[in-house]
Design a protein around this ligand. Structure first.
Ligand code: S3P
Length: 750
């Protein structure tokens, strides 16, 4: 046995690393540098490796004979098997005695099923001291020369403990990894091998296969000379250790074969698409794949997707406006129209081009739902989206549940549209959406012959059974809801006969207008809108106007900050949406409309707002459905107005993204405003807004309304839970800052 020695470190316990390649060597050196063990011992069969390990400070002791070294170990020490995967069982076989003595053992092999099977074979059952592990770190370089003590910093280590694993040993191994900067997670053995087959083993097999294919070609020198960019990026991992990958391929055979078969199938389809010049298929694969990849990137960066799923919160801190607000701005595209453009564009025959599309989380959820149902959608890129419509019957079953985030419009309208498809669908949403009432669509759709199962109390998730034959109905809406009206009309496109919906008060009519734009006949008689099922939609181009609901925040802001003058460009002023302008004018606001025009069936204009003293009013009830989304910010206008503002007949506000009556009343009261919530409205006395802190309850419009209140407050306001602003108004803080708002975004980890 050859023994070499370095100086000792200070902590207690010993670490024995068997195999001093890249992983074993890096772990040994990192542990040594961080002083996490009193002594780090390395075992290797090669004298040259042992020599280098000592020279480079990788270990304190270097040994060539494993059996003799094992005698040095005591209970509480840790042994790491860092030999090639197929050699793990032979090494493990020598460690039974030390495990019985209380030494913890782990390994670093990339496949866990084969290691656990070998351990169970050797010892009759999994030893409680053996914790299978896998650091997700590496490099194309291998061997002791490549050792890197920072290799594990901010990398994951997956441990796959089994039923009889001892918590004490698990903790020992966990501490060893966290000491070198790794993040330790746990996973069942099978899941580990399946996940790794897909994310690591398959790409390596592919990279080796591609390089080998090209290397075997005649004239490959020419090919390799020109193989820059893509080839180099794609094949970087084919520079990894061949023996290691040989072992992995054989140890994780089953899971790798499943993935290889799937990929072979996809490749065959791609081959045929290229052969038959099937651009639709190719664009479908490429756009879906790009989106999926961006989606992974977003998840890893904790960007919007995670914000929408509430894993990462943003708070706003506002300061009073130091000066009047000013500017010419264009707020993002209309949310309602953006949703509908995706739905009708997907069902139309031909190519629909959408410009001004709202790239907010809500409308992106609708877009993604149609991608999941096989529609080829290019973009969005700066608001431009190209939809390759499939025709009325071209949607395909999605691979899983359609996740609709925070978006009630997506869920309710899709419920109607999907009720008539030939396949089943499941619709899910985030915490807020999961609390919202869905019977308002599920019940009338059932009358049409739809089969829809809801969760408890008529809430999401919705399971929609396909293959039903729908019949038109005559339906009187119990509440003024454009979503319910639209859901029934969309189902009516597929129903036999006429679907007629009567509304108690006019609600936004974008669905009817857009159906007309796609060449589908819709009739209106007084308060009833109707259509006949069975016709086709023909692709068209859609220019989405700026969203009046987003513009509303600036209308109130400019009104309440003295000396302000803001022009909002290209705002949709559909008569079913202009309640906010009507109400503000009744309160005394100075609002003028310029450049009125008609774009694709929707009226738009530039809206100029100058500050003016506001007075409290009793809001006319006929304006409620026309301003339904703008009340949070109208309440802020009321708080800044002289006198009392009274709202009645707005019980619908209680079932929006939050209970908007309660959320606003609570927030205003905590800022020193007298506000009394009623079951169907609110009474607000104008006054002085103090600084303080409020909770948006994850509701985008509550968050932005209080940001507007912050302009006139006496001190700073902390608004909690503002991430969902991205659902309707991406870029709100930066656009608001352009006009003179003072908002700081504070990131908060859950
Ligand atoms: C919408 C209708 C309204 C509105 C929502 C969008 C639509 O909901 O509040 O933000 O696009 O149809 P209700 O139909 O529930 O009133």
């Amino acid at each position: 046995m050859s023994t070499f020695t370095n100086e000792n470190a200070s902590a207690s316990g010993q670490l024995l690393v068997i195999g001093l390649g890249l992983i074993g060597g890096s772990l040994a050196r990192a542990s040594r540098e961080r002083g996490s063990f009193a002594q780090v011992i390395g075992v290797s069969r090669r004298a040259s490796t042992l020599k280098l390990a000592l020279e480079n400070g990788v270990v304190d002791h270097a040994e060539s004979d494993l059996t003799a070294t094992l005698d040095l170990l005591k209970a509480g020490d840790v042994v790491v098997i860092a030999v090639p995967t197929l050699s793990v069982p032979a090494t493990l076989a020598q460690l039974g005695e030390i495990m019985a003595r209380g030494v913890s053992v782990t390994d670093v092999a990339s496949v866990k099923g084969s290691v656990v099977a070998a351990a169970t074979d050797l010892f009759g059952s999994m030893p409680d001291a053996f914790i299978p592990g896998h650091p997700i770190a590496g490099s194309e370089r291998s061997g002791i020369e490549a050792v890197n003590p920072s290799l594990f910093v901010d990398h994951r280590v997956i441990l796959t403990p089994c039923e009889n694993t001892s918590p004490k040993h698990l903790d020992n191994v966990r501490r060893m990894w966290t000491a070198v900067g790794a993040t330790v997670t746990e996973m069942p053995v099978d899941e580990h091998d399946e996940v790794l087959a897909a994310t690591s083993h398959l790409p390596h097999v592919l990279a080796y296969a591609l390089v080998d294919t090209l290397a075997k070609m005649e004239d490959n020198r020419e090919i390799f000379r020109y193989a820059a960019g893509g080839f180099r990026d794609f094949t970087r991992i084919a520079g990894s250790d061949p023996l290691m990958w040989h072992d992995i391929a054989l140890s994780n055979r089953k899971a790798i074969l499943v993935m290889l078969d799937r990929l072979t199938d996809s490749l065959a389809k791609l081959r045929s698409a290229i052969d038959h010049k099937d651009s639709e298929y190719l664009l479908g694969v490429f756009t879906r794949a790009r989106e999926a990849r961006n989606h992974f990137a977003k998840m890893l960066e904790c960007k919007s997707y995670l914000e929408a799923t509430n894993m990462n919160h943003i708070d706003y801190q506002t300061s009073p406006a130091p000066a009047p607000l000013s500017g010419h701005i264009r707020v993002p595209g209309d949310k309602s129209i953006s949703h509908r453009s995706m739905m009708l564009g997907s069902l139309a025959k031909g190519m629909t081009e959408v410009t001004g599309f709202l790239e907010g989380e809500d409308s992106l959820a609708t877009l993604q739902a149609f991608r999941d149902m096989g529609v080829v959608i290019e973009g969005p890129s700066q608001g431009r989206v190209l939809i390759h419509g499939t025709g009325m019957h071209g949607l395909q079953p999605p691979p899983g549940p359609l996740y609709l985030g925070n978006s009630g419009t997506s869920m309710r309208l899709l419920a109607g549209l999907l009720a008539a498809q030939s396949f089943d669908t499941v619709l899910t949403g985030d915490a807020s959406l999961s609390k919202r009432p869905m019977n308002r669509v599920a019940l009338p759709l059932a009358e049409m012959g739809a089969v829809i199962e809801t969760g408890d109390g008529g809430r999401p998730p919705l399971t929609i059974r396909g293959g039903q034959k729908l019949r038109g109905i005559v339906y009187r809406l119990p509440m003024a809801s454009a979503q319910v009206k639209s859901a029934l009309l969309l189902a009516g496109l597929y129903a036999e006969g006429t679907t007629a919906v009567t509304e108690p008060a006019p609600t936004r009519d974008h669905t009817e207008r857009m159906l007309g734009g796609f060449g589908y006949r819709v009739d209106r008689q007084g308060d009833t809108v109707s259509l006949e099922g069975g016709s086709e939609l023909t692709a068209t181009n859609i220019d989405v106007p700026a969203d009046i609901s987003s513009a509303a925040f600036f209308m109130v802001a400019a009104s309440i900050v003295p000396g302000s003058d803001i022009t909002l460009e290209h705002v949709g002023i559909n008569p079913t949406r202009i309640g906010v302008i009507n109400i503000l004018k009744l309160m005394g606001a100075d609002i003028t409309l310029k450049n009125p025009q008609n774009v694709g069936g929707e009226p738009v204009a530039d809206v100029r707002v100058r500050s003016a003293p506001l007075a409290g009013i009793t809001i006319p009830e006929d304006q409620v459905p026309l301003a339904i989304d703008e009340f949070p910010v109208l309440f802020v206008a009321a708080a800044c107005a002289r006198g009392t503002t009274i709202l009645n007949g707005a019980e619908e506000l209680r079932v929006k993204e939050s209970d908007r009556i309660q959320a606003m009343a609570d927030g205003l009261v905590s800022l020193g405003i007298k506000a009394t919530a009623k079951s169907d409205g609110i009474i607000i006395e104008g006054g002085v807004i103090s600084g303080g802190s409020v909770d948006s309850l994850g509701d985008h419009r509550i968050a932005m309304a209080f940001a507007v209140a912050g302009l006139r407050s006496q001190g700073e306001i902390l608004i909690r839970d503002c991430s969902n602003v991205a659902t309707s108004f991406p870029g709100f803080v930066s656009l608001a800052s352009q006009t003179g708002f003072k908002i700081q975004e504070l990131a908060r980890q859950n």
